[in-house]
Ligand binder design. Sequence first.
Ligand SMILES: NC(=O)c1ccc[n+]([C@@H]2O[C@H](COP(=O)([O-])OP(=O)(O)OC[C@H]3O[C@@H](n4cnc5c(N)ncnc54)[C@H](OP(=O)(O)O)[C@@H]3O)[C@@H](O)[C@H]2O)c1
Length: 268
Amino acid sequence: MDLGIAGRVAVITGASAGIGLAIASELVANGVSVLIAARGAERLQHAEGQLREIPGAKVASIAIDVSTPEAATRIVSEAIEVFGSLDILVNNAGRAHAGGLLTSSEEDWQEMADVKLSSMRRICKAAIPHMQEQGWGRIVNMSSIGGIYPNPKLLISHVLSAAINNLTKSLALEVAADGILVNAIGVGAVATDNWARNMVPTVRSTRPEFAELSDDEVVARISAERTPIGRPGTPADIAAIAAFLCSDRNGFVTGDTIEASGGADRFM
Ligand SMILES: NC(=O)c1ccc[n+]([C@@H]2O[C@H](COP(=O)([O-])OP(=O)(O)OC[C@H]3O[C@@H](n4cnc5c(N)ncnc54)[C@H](OP(=O)(O)O)[C@@H]3O)[C@@H](O)[C@H]2O)c1
């Protein structure tokens, strides 16, 4: 399917690894000029190099922490300066936080809210006027399946995901008449570094029978148990959905949170 977005310009946050990098690959392969953002400069440059290998690639990068108040205007200005416009925004930066209310600190709440929710609303606010000017825009916000089916083992992440889903719905209505479609993806268990770092230790702490297994084997076992399709998701699974939502082929889906979890309502 031709996505109809060749020549468009996209910003993707958290695109030096995992889901964000897979979305960047998908959009670059469809002729989109892509600005990728993440904190770690070395991994970001490596990702940029990987994307440049795609024939016809137009890629730039910005090493930045999206949770800082000035990040939104810096990222949007960079896209306009380098590529001349901004049509597509994928708010993907972030990570999971394992634990419940009683084990979470004030700092945990602040840090997670800054990186997921505050960055998202600030970048949307900075990007939307450019999309309004041209009467076309697509925004995809990365959420979690836990925003719909909360799991107390990931309480902060899931409270924020519910807020992201709500922001997505309200914002979609606010800009619907401007040709801008805003959606979220409720991601289930997708095997990335994020999963290994944040989930595997928690799973191990409650499942002593996994002690002898490698991290990959733990992910495979827990995914088979929890996910009706019997495997964890891949970054490419999520990228295919994001690419459609960002595309010109999507003309009628807005304000939605697409459940992308292999049928699972929880993954720990
Ligand atoms: N994987 C899953 O199972 C799953 C499930 C539900 C939701 N999600 C959500 O999906 C998104 C992507 O997850 P993933 O699994 O692909 O994660 P990942 O493999 O850990 O990649 C995260 C990306 O975000 C960047 N990042 C993190 N904090 C940042 C910050 N403050 N500023 C700028 N960039 C930042 C990372 O680079 P640097 O560290 O160098 O900045 C990296 O490029 C996240 O928002 C996550 O919460 C994932």
